[in-house]
Design a protein around this ligand. Structure first.
Ligand SMILES: *Cc1c(COP(=O)(O)O)cnc(C)c1O
Length: 343
């Protein structure tokens, strides 16, 4: 099967499995797992932050960050298609008791500008309104097709948010994809944020795990919340061993995924009935509209499966994501299948 549903489907490499088998471990709840400690130090250094904490999932990292930057009854501002708002089961409401004020990205990229954010802020509101505490960013933006937010735009949002007394959390599940597309150091891309999560388990190829980075004080509090949420995981160095390889070697492998996504987008654009602007595909996520095709999305997805290609359909759109386990030739197979089904 050519699995284009998500970059979460990557399986650990032989090198990762060997490192996992040989990993030095200890009880991480006591802070005694040397391999997780090494990964956390490496992640903090790589992101240019004081400290980092391994978390079982990106969702848990985001949940902890929202919790620490807010208080119950306060508001967060997030783009309307954001992961924290749409794909985390309302954790921000359940765990943190916050109201999410969703804002539409006026430039259509999925990324907010300060002109979008400013009017949505409630600063020093009267006693009967809740105050805005946090701006949530997402880079790359998953459901806007892996679009990227640049260094200057990120800095501008952070500076303005801070001057209004807001914290900034970046959901950087695919921040290394963004840095790769922008050809910049990931440190420069996250520098103004108060906290960042990024996934080891997606394009970087680890079997599980995400990192949350912030100040040392923030990460100490995050450790308590991780335990409270059931995320204290004992001999987790087994997973950290794979995470270290993902973090050291994964970023350098993303460019190929982006080239494959671009080729996929260009090929799809040439199929009658398919609507996609290949220019907008700059990382590893390809979202196209098949409303012009004669078949409903569910049927296209099913026929793709019959031909050995897995994709995800939603509404009139289909999402395909390239990753480590997708070979260049798999793109040709997927395009041929789409041409046969739709063309
Ligand atoms: C995948 C993803 C997450 C975290 O997902 P988990 O499955 O909880 O690890 C967070 N934000 C974005 C944008 C994502 O794509």
């Amino acid at each position: 099967m050519i699995d284009l549903r998500s970059d979460t489907v990557t399986r650990p490499s032989e090198e990762m499995r060997a490192a996992m088998a040989a990993a030095e471990v200890g009880d991480d709840v006591f802070g005694e797992d040397p391999t997780i400690n090494r990964l956390q130090a490496l992640a903090a250094e790589r992101m240019g932050f004081e400290a980092a904490l391994w978390v079982p999932s990106g969702s848990m990292g985001n949940t902890i960050a929202v919790k620490l930057h807010t208080e119950p009854g306060s508001e967060i501002i997030i783009e309307e298609r954001g992961h924290i708002l749409n794909f985390e089961l309302g954790a921000a409401a359940v765990i943190s008791g916050v109201v999410a004020r969703s804002v539409k990205s006026s430039n259509g990229t999925g990324h907010l500008t300060w002109d979008d954010v400013g009017p949505a802020i409630r600063k020093n509101p009267p006693y009967y309104q809740s105050a805005t505490k946090l701006l949530c960013l997402e880079n790359t933006h998953n459901f806007a097709g892996g679009s990227v937010l640049g260094v200057a735009a990120t800095r501008d949002l952070c500076e303005n948010a801070h001057s209004e007394g807001l914290k900034v959390h970046l959901d950087g599940a695919r921040i290394f994809n963004a840095a790769t597309a922008l050809k910049c150091d990931v440190k420069d891309l996250v520098a103004g944020c108060d906290s960042v999560t990024f996934c080891l388990s997606k394009g970087l190829g680890a079997p599980a795990g995400s990192m949350l980075v912030g100040t040392s004080e923030f990460i100490e509090e995050a450790r308590s919340w991780r335990k409270r949420l059931g995320g204290g995981m004992r001999q987790v160095g087994i997973l950290a061993a794979a995470g270290i390889i993902a973090l050291e070697k994964g970023p350098g492998l993303l460019e190929r995924d982006h080239r494959n996504a671009k080729r996929l987008a260009n090929g799809l654009a040439a199929i009658p009935g398919i609507k996609i602007d290949p220019e907008s595909v700059v990382t590893n996520i390809v979202i196209f509209d098949s409303a012009g095709a004669k078949l409903p999305v569910a049927e296209i997805v099913e026929k793709l499966r019959d031909r050995g290609v897995l994709a995800i359909g939603f509404g009139s759109q289909i999402r395909m994501v390239t990753h480590l386990d997708i070979a260049d030739t798999d793109i040709d197979v997927a395009l041929l299948a789409m041409t046969q089904i739709v063309g």
